[in-house]
Write a protein that binds this ligand. Structure first.
Ligand SMILES: Cc1ncc(C[n+]2csc(CCOP(=O)(O)OP(=O)(O)O)c2C)c(N)n1
Ligand SMILES: [Mg+2]
Length: 334
């Protein structure tokens, strides 16, 4: 640096310091810094002849541009991720929506299953309250998530449930008697009475045992998906979990592993706002679960959990992408 440049720079520093004296020392005038997209007065380089925009760095994942502005990524996006729905509050299709049409018979079958699920839950829940069985978990308000997602899958797809997805097993043909056998641990129970009530599992229905150790099913599903891909099966793994499940390390490890291994797995997160008594506001500050997919390089969507047709359409599309493109997909159902 020449002597002239040095003198010019130090003069500039002094002028800057004087004009900002109050900002440096006065607490009364101190403002909350906002570093996002904030361009404080800085010194322009007088020495570099090359425009910085032309400069790139070879970085894992591809070339990156340099920029001269100090820009922090915001902690949140300007707009929240919207929620896909195709039915309005009266159950009528919204004009211009994009969904998979189902036949009347199929729609009635889905509806019957949702009603059967709710009825079964009520009976077993009351049996539990009466002390006849020691444990039960209902799917109240989540009937559409259970039935519509199950309806969009193939029987070859392997399910890795949490504990609030008995509707998927019901859709696959597990009988009410079989549910009762498990809950009452009688001699016909598939698990021979070795599990707590509501911890179903069935080889015949490609339904792995319920995992109430929250989120442990997620890495299992990813491993199984990778195995299905290695065996060139026309199938994917599907794992269900709650918002609380997404707060476990297994969720993050599972998503990352699935992205890197290009495993055909669908992650279905039932975000019902609570992990028992812990609200989502005490679990994370992100825009729900859906945005976490992008951080790990996983394609994602947010869907209205009360809209069976939207869930059916989204899960069918997710399955198609997972199997044909060999990739994981994350679905957050609200
Ligand atoms: C590893 C582990 N930690 C804690 C628990 C206790 N527990 C049981 S259910 C639950 C909350 C799960 O919430 P979420 O995943 O949102 O499912 P939801 O019940 O809302 O469907 C917790 C913390 C557990 N079963 N396993
Ligand atoms: Mg929850």
């Amino acid at each position: 640096m020449s002597m002239n440049t040095m003198i010019r720079k130090s003069t500039t520093i002094l002028t800057y310091f004087k004009s900002n004296y109050n900002n440096f020392f006065s607490t009364s005038t101190r403002r909350k810094p906002n570093l996002t997209n904030h361009h404080p007065r800085r010194f322009n380089s007088t020495t570099s002849p090359n425009p910085i925009h032309d400069q790139v760095i070879d970085f894992p994942g591809g070339n990156l541009k340099f920029i001269p502005q100090m820009t922090f990524l915001s902690e949140s996006q300007q707009h929240r991720v919207p929620c896909y729905r195709v039915l309005d509050d009266n159950g009528e299709p919204i004009f211009g929506t994009d969904f998979v049409q189902v036949s009347e018979d199929f729609a009635v079958k889905m509806y019957n299953n949702m009603v059967a699920l709710q009825t079964m839950d009520t009976i077993f829940y009351e049996a539990q309250r009466q002390g006849r069985i020691s444990f039960y978990v209902t799917t109240n308000g989540e009937e559409a998530i259970n039935i519509a997602s199950a309806a969009a899958l193939s029987m070859n797809d392997v399910i890795f449930p949490q504990y609030r997805e008995q509707g998927v097993l019901l859709w696959r043909g597990f009988t009410l008697q079989e549910f009762a056998n498990q809950c009452f641990s009688n001699k016909f129970d598939n698990g021979k009475g070795r599990q707590m009530p509501a911890h179903y599992g069935s080889n015949k229905h490609n339904y792995m045992n319920v995992a109430s150790t929250v989120a442990t099913q997620i890495p299992h599903a990813v491993g199984a998906a990778y195995s299905l891909k290695m065996d060139k099966k026309d199938a994917c793994a599907v794992t269900y979990f709650g918002d609380g499940g997404s707060s476990e390390g297994d969720f993050h490890a599972g998503l990352n592993f699935a992205a890197v291994m290009e495993a055909p797995v669908i992650f279905i997160c039932r975000n019902n706002g609570w992990a028992i008594s812990t609200p989502t506001s005490d679990q994370f500050r992100s825009d729900g679960i859906v945005v976490k997919g992008q951080a790990y390089g996983v394609r994602s969507i947010r869907v209205d959990g009360n809209d069976a047709l939207a869930i059916y359409s989204a899960v069918q599309a997710a399955r198609q992408m997972a199997v044909s493109e060999e990739r994981p997909i994350l679905i957050e159902v609200k």
